[in-house]
Design a protein around this ligand. Structure first.
Ligand code: HEC
Ligand code: HEC
Length: 334
């Protein structure tokens, strides 16, 4: 399979949305330079997820094989209340190397796995779950490639898809209320909207500062970076020298810290100097000093866009009520 990813620059997107009348005109006005070709054709992705041997036992239990290491993030992206499992496989004999507080450098052959699922009853996970999709980022010859696997009805495997898929998901929320979500599995083109940095595909989550948290492991509560080092998948360095992005859900933290951590996890992948929304001049990365973010000049826009669900642009079909309430509290405090 050969996948060519074309990212329309945002300028074109905005024009596109203005009116379909402009569509033809646009075809001519967007020149080739504005269409970046995120080719990811080094990999012939297998048709079945099972080819990767990610899980052992019943696949629906999502028990990772020994070479896939689970990782957690300090603050995570909201995606329609789905639960997620994140795994990373670093090829035998190689390791991630530190680059400041950000993404480490990953060796060729790295596979990062993100699986989306819903417990039938969030209050009682023992009642089982529906696994929807597994997204992969695979590094080969210095470049990242993306694939998406839609899980079959009998939950025995995921099947490679390229064009996205919509499905309705029923579950019972923490308060015992039945919920229905019109869940959207993104197309391969959509991956690039969020995962393109400087016109190349990139991981987003596993920055050292986002993984520098305490996690539960077989050895009790340990620092996650130290845990990776002890497993030999991260080079040795003084992990305490890496910053740590706080968890926006931690209500003990001041509201400005929580607000910035939320914007980092949910918005910064597009709103950064090299991202999809770079020309909005709104820089929502946690490490950007407040004066340089332009949050202050966009208070009203941030509030209204979140309240009416216009932002985060794509990636969610329902509004993150708790998150939005917290951001409004944060914006009002400024
Ligand atoms: C709406 C934006 C958005 C879209 C669309 C999107 N992702 Fe992501 N993805 C993220 C963010 C943000 C993270 C990091 C936070 C997390 O793990 O929850 C992430 C994490 C991941 C990860 C874990 C490694 C990493 O980069 O953090 C994989 C693998 C992944 N995405 C694959 C895909 C694939 C494949 C597609 C398309 C089928 C896709 N994503 C579409 C925003 C997006
Ligand atoms: C998938 C990429 C993406 C994500 C994620 C995203 N944005 Fe945006 N954002 C854009 C693009 C593209 C524009 C400009 C076009 C538009 O308005 O749709 C924009 C515009 C904006 C604007 C200016 C709109 C105006 O009315 O002037 C604000 C404010 C904003 N985003 C806030 C946010 C916040 C807050 C989040 C996180 C909750 C977020 N965005 C997440 C892509 C994104």
């Amino acid at each position: 399979m050969t996948t060519n990813l074309f990212v329309l620059r945002y300028r074109c997107m905005k024009l596109l949305r203005l009116s379909s009348f402009f569509f033809l005109l646009l075809l001519f006005s967007c020149n080739k330079e504005e269409l970046s070709n995120l080719a990811s054709d080094q990999i012939d992705f297998p048709q079945n997820l099972s080819a990767y041997n990610i899980y052992i036992g019943d696949p629906n239990d999502l028990i990772p094989n020994t070479d896939y290491v689970e990782y957690e993030l300090g603050s995570a992206l909201f995606t329609d209340y789905a639960d997620k499992q994140r795994l990373i496989k670093i090829p035998e004999g190689s390791e991630m190397k530190q680059i400041n507080n950000g993404l480490p450098s990953f060796p060729d052959g790295t596979i990062i796995v993100k699986t989306f699922f819903y417990y039938f009853d969030k209050g009682d996970p023992s009642k089982g779950k529906r696994v929807i999709e597994t997204r992969l980022l695979v590094k080969e010859a210095g470049l990242w490639n993306v694939a998406d696997y839609l899980w079959n009805d009998d939950q025995s495997d995921g099947i490679l898809i390229e064009d996205g898929y919509n499905t309705s998901v029923n579950y019972i929320d923490e308060n015992g209320q039945p919920q229905v979500i019109g869940y959207h599995v993104p197309s391969i083109r959509e991956c690039a909207t969020c995962h393109a940095v400087n016109n190349a595909l990139s991981p987003i989550g596993p920055k050292l500062r986002s993984m520098n948290i305490d996690v539960d492991s077989d050895m009790g509560s340990t620092n996650q970076l130290a845990h990776f080092q002890s497993m030999g998948i991260l080079e040795d360095f003084e992990y305490a020298s890496v910053s740590s992005t706080p968890n926006f859900e931690n209500q003990l933290l001041p509201i400005d810290v929580r607000g910035r951590a939320y914007l980092d996890a949910n918005c910064a992948h597009c709103h950064n100097a090299l991202g999809f929304a770079a020309d909005q001049n709104l820089f929502l990365d946690y490490e950007t000093p407040f004066e340089e973010t332009n949050i202050d000049n966009n208070k009203w826009e941030i509030k209204t866009n979140l309240e009416d669900g216009t932002m985060p642009h794509i990636g969610a079909t329902v509004i993150d009520k708790e998150g939005v309430a917290m951001i409004i509290e944060y914006i009002n405090s400024l």
